[in-house]
Design a protein around this ligand. Structure first.
Ligand code: NDP
Length: 493
């Protein structure tokens, strides 16, 4: 009998109103892992109602800010205690390397600790208004019930990026995890309960995007939607939210440039290119999928990248020797296959890779692929593939590469490899992306804010700034004068 997971609502397990469950599969060997509840409108309503009541409850609304911080800290400790189980579970669910998931789990508590420390530092200010009798101050208040809709590629990390600031600010949350990676998010909610978060503060409704996800975005009692996923779904969510005048934080797709100048350390840059596009099988929003190499070092870089790409050890993500696991599910594999074929039909050359990898497992494996003879007019350069496919292009001048790199609808991240300090700063200013890495790639910290420019998103995740995304600002005016109130038809200045 396979294990069955229900929703987690109001501090307890809650069977789906429909009674239906669906299967979750290991993408490396296609084995059935467990069954998970297929949520719908009624489950969402139950969860949002629980979250709304918890938001107003004495247990949560009257809890001191420092106590909220302590609960987040405790949750961080519990994550550490359960890190191995959670890492294994995520790796089984999405096919990412166990090594990588262990790494993510090791740093995950830092996100909770960071926002735990901020919980009692959310403050307003006192505003001078030129009227000495008036005391005007601002205060930041929680929004209410926050809907967190999260993807499958780094389930716990991307969910925690939303939950930690939302809870620190005093909100309650309903999470709809990806249908492919429900289990660790349910476990996270269970651990939040164990840490002492009152019932109803953290709720999870599992299910499909078009059912549970859609019902959550349309629920009238949601105060904000925080979403990570595709630009298409993000745009739909933004439309629904704006019709109801509620806020969003949207972390969407990318087609990030990784630019190597002629003065770069080419060996380091090649490692950065490989980490940028082949780590996690390219299934990250920040993947450095467009590689621009200065013509004088183009051949050397291409050779280094493709040689290493061909020696990448593919296989079982649970094996410590494996460097590249499968894609997360069938549609991901089909998408990558489709784009490589499309690229070739548009004139691209497969320099290396470009096939379903030779792996002794039946899962969704695709070999790390390097495409050349590509340009900015091609779909493989313009559209997000979300797989291990690098498009490598030469350039001659800095102005040219700035133009090429910025010629995209996305603006999530960019990499620059140079030993010229002035150029490093100049490029950081000129590139249209929310995160710029110089002589490194994929560096991340809960302390550093990140924001997608252009179609890569709205709002800020991580850092001090992100906590304000989960508050509303109130301006309070107090008349300290005992004087008689004068003419009511003259606005007081
Ligand atoms: P989606 O944007 O469809 O999924 C992200 C989350 O949104 C999931 O929880 C999903 O649920 C949910 N969702 C889907 N449709 C709706 C809806 N109508 N209303 C509310 N919620 C919804 O991405 P996919 O997982 O389908 O991946 C497709 C592509 O998106 C990838 O190939 C990649 O290009 C991009 N992507 C980008 C990510 C990033 O980090 N920026 C992360 C994941 C994907 P469910 O899983 O059940 O569909």
């Amino acid at each position: 009998m396979s294990q069955k997971y229900s929703h987690f609502i109001n501090g307890t397990w809650s069977e789906p109103a429909s009674g239906e469950y669906f299967a979750s599969t290991n993408p490396a060997n296609l084995e059935h892992l467990y069954d998970v509840a297929r949520g719908g409108e009624r489950d969402v309503h139950k969860a949002v109602t629980a979250a709304r009541e918890a938001f107003r409850s004495n247990a949560w609304a009257n809890m001191s800010q420092t106590k909220r911080g302590k609960l987040l800290r405790k949750l961080g400790d519990l994550i550490t205690e359960n890190a191995e189980e959670l890492a294994r579970s995520e790796s089984l669910d999405n096919g990412k390397l166990l090594r990588e998931m262990r790494g993510q789990l090791a740093s995950l508590p830092d996100y909770l600790y960071y926002y735990a420390g901020l919980a009692d530092k959310i403050q307003g200010s006192q505003i001078p208004t030129n009227d000495l009798a008036i005391l005007n101050y601002t205060q930041r208040e929680p929004l209410g019930v926050v809907a967190a809709i999260t993807p499958w590629n780094s389930p716990l990390t991307l969910t925690t990026s939303k939950l930690a600031p939302a809870l620190a600010a005093g909100n309650t949350v309903v999470i709809k995890p990806s249908e492919y990676t429900s289990r660790t998010i349910l476990r996270f909610a269970e651990l939040a309960s164990e840490a002492g978060f009152p019932d109803g503060v953290v709720n999870v409704v599992t299910g499909y995007g078009h059912e549970a996800g859609n019902a959550l975005t349309e629920h009238r009692d949601i105060a904000k939607i925080s979403f990570t996923g595709s630009t298409t779904t993000g745009a739909m969510i933004a439309q629904k939210a704006s019709a109801r005048f509620i806020g969003t934080t949207l972390e969407l797709g990318g087609k990030s440039p990784n630019i190597i100048f002629d003065d770069a350390n080419v060996s380091n840059a090649a490692m950065g290119v490989i980490a940028g596009i082949f780590a996690a099988a390219g299934q990250t929003c920040i993947a450095g999928s467009r590689v621009f190499a200065h013509r004088s070092i183009y051949d050397e870089l291409l050779e280094r990248v493709s040689e290493r790409a061909q020696s990448i050890k593919m296989g079982d993500p649970m094996d410590d020797a494996t460097e590249l696991g499968p894609l997360a599910f069938d549609k991901q594999l089909e998408k990558v296959q489709h784009y490589v074929k499309l690229g070739v039909s548009e004139g691209a050359t497969i320099y290396s890779g470009g096939d379903d990898a030779d792996v002794d497992l039946p899962g969704y494996f695709y070999s790390p692929t390097v495409l050349t003879d590509v340009n900015n007019d091609m779909s493989v350069v313009r559209e997000e593939i979300f797989g291990p496919v690098a498009a490598v292009m030469p350039f001659d001048t800095e102005d040219e590469v700035v133009g090429l790199a910025n010629d995209t609808e996305y603006g999530l991240a960019a990499g620059v490899w140079t030993q010229n300090l002035a150029r490093a700063h100049r490029m950081s200013r000129r590139l249209e992306a929310g995160t710029i890495w110089v002589n490194t790639y994929r560096a991340m910290s809960p302390m550093s804010p990140r924001q997608g420019f252009k179609n890569s998103g709205v709002g800020i995740e991580h850092g001090l700034e992100s906590i304000n995304e989960y508050t509303k600002l109130k301006s309070v005016w107090i008349n300290t004068s005992e004087a008689e109130v004068g003419d009511p038809f003259v606005m007081r200045g």
